[in-house]
Design a protein around this ligand. Structure first.
Ligand SMILES: Nc1ncnc2c1ncn2[C@@H]1O[C@H](COP(=O)(O)OP(=O)(O)OP(=O)(O)O)[C@@H](O)[C@H]1O
Length: 271
């Protein structure tokens, strides 16, 4: 059974007396341990789609369609079922610029607090917090630091540790490297992908930057104006993009010179 099933999802957002059709007829599935990259320009509906998976759409949203995550109907399910789903089954890493860390608590305190809140005795929470820091490759001493004493990349590692605290089956990462410098961006993506592998997580990674996700395994969904205009195995789509928008994104990749430009096959054409 798929871990995630999205079927003909539509989301309308009411704003200033008019409605934006933010997600239009989106359908996708993700198997346990699977991997999906969602790319698209700003405003194409990526975050809205991701929020729908967490059951976290804002009050001004109206929806139609179905979103099933680990057997729970996220659009219809009672709040109690959604609360049980969040963090324990599906967890989320937000943009680096909007990190959820409390500025006046140490990293160790925040990790322990989450673990105790979810039922771990405090001695076990201390050990697990240290294990989480090690998993995200932060020095053990990081537990004594306040968020502002860490670099942006280290803070984002701490955020990833928090997201993994309750051993979720699915990690949603929404532009997890925005506002970080390019080398740190690559390191954070590499960390997320290696944790995905070692922990057997399913992963949905959203980015406006195809360069960042181009070497991922699994599927790619390309969003444009609220629609998924291209969806399928990432490697195949990178080699043979069908939709004009993906062809444009590939042609704009930084290391995609004139010689490589011809290698993007025409829709339906050979490689
Ligand atoms: N809370 C909201 N209220 C009203 N409109 C919204 C709201 N959230 C998103 N929208 C609108 O829905 C559309 C899709 O936005 P969304 O944030 O999902 O796009 P995105 O692809 O994630 O963009 P970005 O990369 O800039 O985050 C946009 O037109 C946006 O203005």
């Amino acid at each position: 059974m798929p871990l995630v099933e999205v079927e003909k999802l539509n989301v309308w957002m009411a704003a200033g007396g008019r409605e934006v059709h933010a997600v239009q007829d989106a359908s996708l599935t993700l198997e346990p341990g699977g991997q999906l990259a969602i790319v698209g320009e700003s405003g194409s509906g990526k975050s809205t789609l991701l929020m729908a998976l967490m059951g976290l759409l804002p009050p001004n949203a109206t929806v139609s369609g179905r979103v099933i995550v680990d057997g729970v109907d996220v659009l219809e399910g009672p709040e109690q079922a959604l609360a049980a789903l969040r963090w324990r089954t599906v967890s989320m890493v937000f943009q680096a610029s909007s990190n959820p860390l409390n500025p006046v608590r140490t990293i160790g305190h925040q990790l322990r607090q989450v673990l105790v809140f979810h039922g771990l005795p405090s001695a076990e929470a201390r050990d697990r917090a240290r294990e989480l820091l090690e998993m995200v490759r932060l020095p053990a001493a990081t537990e004594h630091y306040y968020p502002h004493q860490l670099s942006g990349g280290m803070r984002q590692r701490a955020v990833i540790a928090l997201a993994l605290a309750c051993r979720p089956k699915l990690l949603l990462a929404d532009e997890p490297t925005t506002a970080l410098d390019p080398i740190v961006q690559a390191e954070i993506v590499e960390l997320i992908l290696s944790l995905k592998k070692s922990l057997g997580l399913a992963l949905v990674l959203v980015s406006h930057d195809l360069a960042l996700v181009r070497r991922m395994e699994g599927d790619l969904a390309v969003m444009l104006g609220g629609k998924i205009v291209e969806y399928g195995p990432l490697a195949r789509l990178m080699a043979k993009p069908g939709h004009e928008h993906l062809r444009t994104l590939i042609a704009a990749l930084p290391d995609f010179g004139e010689a490589g430009r011809d290698k993007v096959a025409a829709p339906g054409g050979g490689s």
